[in-house]
Unconditional design. Sequence first.
Length: 253
Amino acid sequence: MTIPRVLIIAGSDSGGGAGIQADIKTVTAFGCHAMTAITAITAQNTRGVSGVALLDPAMVVAQIDAVLSDIGADAIKIGMIGSSAIAEAVADRLEQADARVPLVFDPVMVATSGAMLADDATIAAFERLMRLAALVTPNIPELAVLSPEGADALVRRTGTAVLAKGGHGDGELLIDTLILPGGERTEWGNQRIVTRHTHGTGCTMASAIASGLARGDDLAKAVAAARRYVRTAIEAAPGLGQGSGPLGPGIVG
């Protein structure tokens, strides 16, 4: 028996709504095997982040080495990096990895609660990771920092596909746009789900896409399935906590 393998490189969320915890739940829901390289430990709940402890970059790389040298991976997902030193160390290691293994990079900068999770130096170091990725998944504020000229300019600069997510936009209709390096575009639109329980949507989306790629789907199919999963997970949110609560179990489809 074989099972698709997804390596997650990201931070831990003590509240279980985002980060490694959300990633593992999502990858498992898609029938894949989740493996982790933890970059940071955060003390957080639905109301915010109260503490962050970064791991040594060498330890982050050691986790990646341990997984890839034995179990291997069919896709890799990167979330919270934590520091420029960790970003550079991860880029150094992944430049040596099998280029056929697709990498999904969620350029996490700010938690749903508003807490900063990446400083300017870390964001600058994202450039190398974006160039290694098969897909980058910025939301509107992240895209504005990474590429003030817009998503098409980011695709041209990095040679990487971009999923420009519209969840932070105004209005009732939200548009997500997938732009491939060749210029092909696919758009999806849905009505906004009115809720405060959206903690971990970006992590969940990127992990769901990585799981689809690990299963052999092309980018458009993987994104479409991930979007459906995230929407059902938002609708199933259990309403935990006093702030932005975690998602519920999504339905893979």
